[in-house]
Design a protein around this ligand. Structure first.
Ligand code: CA
Length: 224
């Protein structure tokens, strides 16, 4: 899951990003409305946390422009307590929910979880594919009662593969989703983590394999 935080109060933006990263989200942070709009329009995010009072372009304008561009990414507005009118304007402009500052991290996480839950998705900590299950609270991969622990990057790579079953995922997409839009990570970083994951799948005796589409990317095989 990849989130975008658009918040000009640097301390708050960094605290938000820290809380979210600790909870296994990949996070990009920008500090003004223009960058917020540019980043959001990439369509790479599963949810956008958008402050209303922002330099260069306010949050409501950013939101209207996103919706005008038919971007349906869920938006959680961050508002000050007194901004009742802004909340209404925000919801009318296409926000999915809002969070009043100051907030506690439990509420923030609950709202993000609720907005990123796919329609019809059962609340579960597990993604399954073929004979394997990926657990997002323990970061473990399991098959028939056997478990292996994954690193954060391994987890994120496998989550992206399982979320898009049998779909070819380009190496660029992994880098954008996991390392970040402006990251200078190279393709061989992805290859290294893929090879770790393959070893772990083999160790579990799984029939699931990560296939290579040479020069392009990867896809999963072995699902039922
Ligand atoms: Ca602000």
């Amino acid at each position: 899951m990849k989130l975008l935080v658009v918040e000009d109060e640097v301390a708050l933006a960094d605290a938000l990003s820290e809380i979210l990263k600790r909870n296994k989200y990949a996070v990009d942070t920008v500090y003004d409305g223009e960058d917020g709009l540019d980043y959001a329009l990439t369509g790479l995010y599963d949810c956008i946390l958008l402050d209303i009072m922002l330099p260069k372009k306010d949050g409501i304008t950013v939101l209207r422009e996103l919706r005008a561009a038919h971007l349906s990414t869920p938006v959680l507005l961050l508002t000050a307590k007194s901004d009742t009118e802004d909340k209404i304007k925000g919801l009318d402009s296409g926000a999915d929910d809002y969070l009043t500052k100051p907030f506690v991290s439990g509420e923030l996480l609950a709202r993000v979880r609720s907005l990123t839950r796919r329609r019809g998705e059962v609340m579960t900590d597990e993604f399954t594919f073929g004979d394997i299950a990926l657990n997002k609270s323990t970061f473990s991969l399991s098959r028939e009662g056997q478990f292996v622990k994954l690193s954060l990057k391994e987890y994120q790579i496998l989550e992206l593969l399982i979320a898009n079953p049998k779909q070819l995922i380009a190496k660029e997409r992994f880098i954008e989703k996991i390392w970040g839009y402006e990251s200078d990570v190279e393709y061989n970083n992805v290859e290294v983590y893929i090879s770790f994951l393959r070893k772990k799948l083999t160790a579990l005796g799984s029939t699931v394999t990560i296939k290579t589409a040479r020069g392009i990317g990867y896809f999963l095989e072995g699902g039922a």
